[in-house]
Design a protein around this ligand. Structure first.
Ligand code: FAD
Ligand code: NAD
Length: 468
C-alpha cells in the first residue's frame, strides 16, 4: 500500500492549493478527485464558467444597448448560444488542464475515484470501473466542497427545474426565467440570461437582495437590475410549490400579506444556497464529527476532532468562496510543518459579478450598529467620476465606514464598475489597519475608478471629498 505524508480529498480551489503548498513544503502529497477533471466546483461548474458567460453576455448587452451611444452602429445582432456555451467550456477545459500541469510540476500524485476513510490513516478509492485501491496517509485534508441545496418540496428535474450547474449549459435562451433566491448565484446567472433577452423574475423571502452584505448594496443593485435589465422582483415572497408541465414551470409563493402569488415561466433556477458535501466519505470510520449544519466540525486551526485530519473550504464553517478555501489550504499546509500561519476571516472580500459589480470587505453598517460601535460613513457616487462618465458606467457608489474616534477603516462596500478588482485596495488598507485619512492622502491615478475610493475615504475621514 503506497504511503503519503499528506492526502487531500477533493481538487477544488481549497484542495488543489493545499496540495501545492504541502508539496512546496516538502511533504509527499496525494490528491484524490472523484471526477476526471480537477478543479472542483469553482473551475468546472462555478466561478470560471459563470464568469465566462457573464463576460460574453455583457458584450452582447453592450453591443445591443450601449454601442450606439458610443458611435458604433451594428446591424443584425443575434446571440449564438451554442458558440457562447462552447467558448465557456473551452475556458473551463484550459483552466482545468492548468491544474493537471501544476500537479505534475509539484510532483503531486493524482488519484481518480471516490475517496472514503477506512480508518483515520487508511483511505479507499473507488474507481469508475468499480475497482478499489487503498493508500496510507499520515495526515489528511478534507476538501470535498459543496453541492447545490434545494427546498424539501422541490424536485430538481435538471431540465426545466434546474440548479446553477444546468444553467451553465442551457441550449436555448429562456423566455421567462424564474429564479428562487436573490443571492449571488441568482443575480449573476439571472444577469446572463436577462442580457441575452430573457425576462427574469427573482423570488426572495428576505426584504433585500444579497442579504448578507451591507443593506445599501442590495438596495442599489435591485434598482439597477430593474432599470438596466428589466428584472422583476418578488421580495418577501416565500416559495411554497414548484412544478412543471411540458415546457412550462409554475412557482407558487406566499407574500408577506399572506396572499398566494403564482408565477409562470419556462425555466426555474433554484439558487437558495449550497450544502456541504460529505456523502459516502466514511467520516464515521475515521471518527470525524459533523456540526449541526452537516459541516465537518473544525477548531480555530481547521483541525477536526481527529488530530491528523483537517478540513477546509465549503465543507467547513464560513463563507463559501473559492479564495477563502484557497487561503485555508495554505494555512493548513503551513500549520502541518510547524509554521505559524494566520487567517483574518474579517478580511475575506465578497464579490458579486453583476454589472455594475458589487464588492465588500469588513463590517457592514448593520453589524456595527448591532455591536454598538461608533462609526463614521463616507461615500462617493460614480456619477461624479470622470472615468465613469467616459465609459458610461455612472451607476453605483463606494461607501467607506471608519471608526468614529481612530478613523480606522472598518468596512468598505462598493457597487460600481470594476468593483471586483478595486476591493483589493480596501483589503490591503484594512490588513495594514489604515485610517480613512491614510487612503484619502494617497495619490490615485487619474482618471481611474479608484479615485472614488480616495474620495469616499476623504468623505469618511472629515467630510472633505473634493469632487462632490
Ligand atoms: P469544491 O470546489 O466544491 O471542490 C470539492 C471537490 O471535491 C469536487 O471536485 C468534488 O468532486 C470532490 N470530492 C467530493 N467528495 C469527494 C470524495 N469523497 N472523493 C473524491 N473527491 C471528492 N466563489 C468565488 O469565490 N467566486 C466566484 O465567482 C464564485 N462563483 C461561483 C459560481 C457558481 C455558479 C457556484 C456554484 C459557485 C461559485 N463560487 C464562487 C463558490 C466556489 O465555487 C466555492 O466556494 C469553491 O469551489 C469551494 O472550493 P472547495 O475546494 O471547498 O470545494
Ligand atoms: P446565497 O446564500 O448567496 O443566496 C441564497 C438566497 O436565497 C438568499 O438571499 C436567501 O435569502 C434566499 N432564499 C433561501 N431560501 C429561500 C426561499 N425558500 N424562497 C426564496 N428565497 C430563498 O446562495 P447562492 O446564491 O445559492 O450561492 C451559494 C454559494 O455560492 C454562496 O455561499 C456564495 O458565496 C457562493 N457563490 C459565490 C459567488 C461569488 O463569489 N461571486 C458566485 C456564486 C456563488
Amino acid at each position: 500500500m503506497e504511503k503519503f505524508d499528506v492526502t487531500v480529498i477533493g481538487s477544488g480551489p481549497g484542495g488543489y492549493v493545499a496540495a501545492i503548498r504541502c508539496a512546496q513544503l516538502g511533504m509527499k502529497t496525494a490528491i484524490i478527485e472523484r471526477y476526471n477533471t480537477l478543479g472542483g466546483t469553482c473551475l468546472n461548474v462555478g466561478c470560471i464558467p459563470s464568469k465566462a458567460l457573464l463576460d460574453s453576455s455583457e458584450h452582447f448587452h453592450n453591443a445591443e444597448h450601449n454601442f450606439k451611444e458610443h458611435g458604433i452602429d451594428l446591424k443584425d445582432l443575434k446571440v449564438n448560444l451554442k458558440q457562447m456555451i462552447d467558448r465557456k467550456s473551452s475556458v473551463v477545459k484550459m483552466t482545468c488542464d492548468g491544474i493537471n500541469f501544476l500537479m505534475k510540476k509539484n510532483k503531486i500524485t493524482v488519484l481518480t475515484g471516490h475517496a472514503s476513510f477506512v480508518n483515520k490513516t487508511t483511505i479507499e478509492i473507488l474507481k469508475a470501473d468499480s475497482k478499489k485501491d487503498q493508500i496510507e496517509s499520515a495526515k489528511t485534508i478534507i476538501a470535498t466542497g459543496s453541492k447545490p441545496s434545494s427546498l424539501p418540496f422541490i424536485k430538481i428535474d435538471k431540465k426545466r427545474i434546474i440548479t446553477s450547474t444546468e444553467a451553465l449549459e442551457l441550449t436555448e435562451v429562456p423566455n421567462h426565467l424564474i429564479i428562487i433566491g436573490g443571492g449571488v448565484i441568482g443575480l449573476e446567472l439571472g444577469s446572463v440570461y436577462a442580457r441575452l433577452g430573457s425576462k427574469v423574475s427573482v423570488v426572495e423571502f428576505m426584504d433585500g437582495l444579497i442579504p448578507t452584505m451591507d443593506k445599501s448594496l442590495g438596495k442599489e443593485l435591485q434598482r439597477i437590475l430593474k432599470k438596466n435589465l428589466g428584472f422583476e422582483f418578488y421580495m418577501k415572497h416565500k416559495v411554497s410549490a414548484v412544478s412543471s408541465k411540458g415546457k412550462e414551470v409554475f412557482v407558487t409563493t406566499d407574500n408577506d400579506k399572506g396572499e398566494k402569488v403564482e408565477i409562470k415561466g419556462d425555466y426555474v433556477l433554484v439558487a437558495v444556497g449550497r450544502r456541504p458535501y460529505t456523502d459516502n466519505l466514511g467520516l464515521e470510520k475515521a471518527g470525524v464529527k459533523l456540526d449541526n449544519k452537516g459541516r465537518v466540525e473544525v477548531n480555530d486551526h481547521l483541525q477536526t476532532n481527529v488530530e491528523n485530519i483537517y478540513a477546509i473550504g465549503d465543507v467547513v464553517r464560513g463563507a463559501m468562496l473559492a479564495h477563502k478555501a484557497e487561503e485555508e489550504g495554505v494555512y493548513v499546509a503551513e500549520l502541518m510543518v510547524g509554521q505559524k500561519p494566520h487567517m483574518n476571516y474579517n478580511l475575506i472580500p465578497g464579490v458579486v459579478y453583476t454589472w455594475p459589480e458589487v464588492a465588500a470587505v469588513g463590517l457592514t453598517e448593520e453589524q456595527l450598529k448591532e455591536q454598538g460601535k461608533k462609526y463614521k460613513v463616507g461615500s462617493f457616487p460614480f456619477k461624479a467620476s470622470g472615468r465613469a462618465r467616459a465609459s458610461m458606467d455612472t451607476d453605483g457608489f463606494i461607501k467607506v465606514i471608519s471608526d468614529e474616534t481612530t478613523d480606522e477603516i472598518l468596512g468598505v462596500h462598493m457597487i460600481g464598475p470594476r468593483a471586483a478588482d478595486m476591493i483589493a485596495e480596501a483589503v490591503v488598507a484594512m490588513e495594514y489597519r489604515a485610517s480613512a485619512e491614510d487612503i484619502g492622502r494617497m495619490c490615485h491615478a487619474h482618471p481611474t475608478f479608484t479615485e472614488a475610493m480616495k474620495e469616499a475615504c476623504l468623505d469618511a475621514t472629515s467630510k472633505r471629498a473634493l469632487h462632490i
